[in-house]
Design a protein around this ligand. Structure first.
Ligand code: HEM
Length: 124
């Protein structure tokens, strides 16, 4: 049964499930594992904090997503194609696991941030 996003462990489930899909995805997986070669043990907790800050008001996120994604866009294409795929997987994950206001908020925030990132990337 689907539940509301209420606490840190809900955020961890959302993030873990989303990045499993991302890593298995043809359009996105290689960007994380081959281009950026990210350290997942580091990245996942960073993403828990990001989403817990946005949705639960945790104030635990310390990072600079805009700068990191602009840098990434110089190493690999980061176009509407990649962002649309990212959003599709994110929305699928949210809808698979959760219902309620915060679930809707998560999808809206993700879409707004993605739009802003793409806009910044296109204007540098
Ligand atoms: C085409 C879509 C995207 C790709 C391929 C992508 C890829 C990545 C990669 C490879 C990193 C690690 C960068 C590093 O540590 O150097 C990263 C970090 C991050 N991403 Fe994305 N991303 C995408 C879209 C998004 C969107 C739409 C959001 C927000 C809704 C987001 C939020 C973040 C955050 C918060 C971090 C951590 C930044 C930090 O540590 O300062 N990403 N992303």
């Amino acid at each position: 049964m689907k539940s509301k996003i209420q606490n840190r462990s809900d955020i961890e489930l959302l993030v873990n499930t989303f990045y499993e899909k991302v890593r298995a995805n043809k359009v996105l997986g290689y960007i994380f594992d081959d281009v950026a070669q990210i350290d997942w043990d580091n990245h996942l907790p960073q993403m828990y904090s990001f989403w817990a800050s946005l949705l639960l008001g945790e104030h635990s996120f310390r990072g600079n997503p805009m700068v990191k994604h602009i840098k990434l866009s110089k190493m690999t294409p980061m176009t509407n194609v990649e962002f649309s795929e990212w959003l599709l997987l994110f929305n699928q994950t949210v809808d698979e696991l959760f219902i309620g206001e915060k679930a809707e908020e998560a999808k809206i925030r993700a879409a707004n941030i993605a739009r802003l990132m793409l806009h910044k990337i296109e204007s540098v």
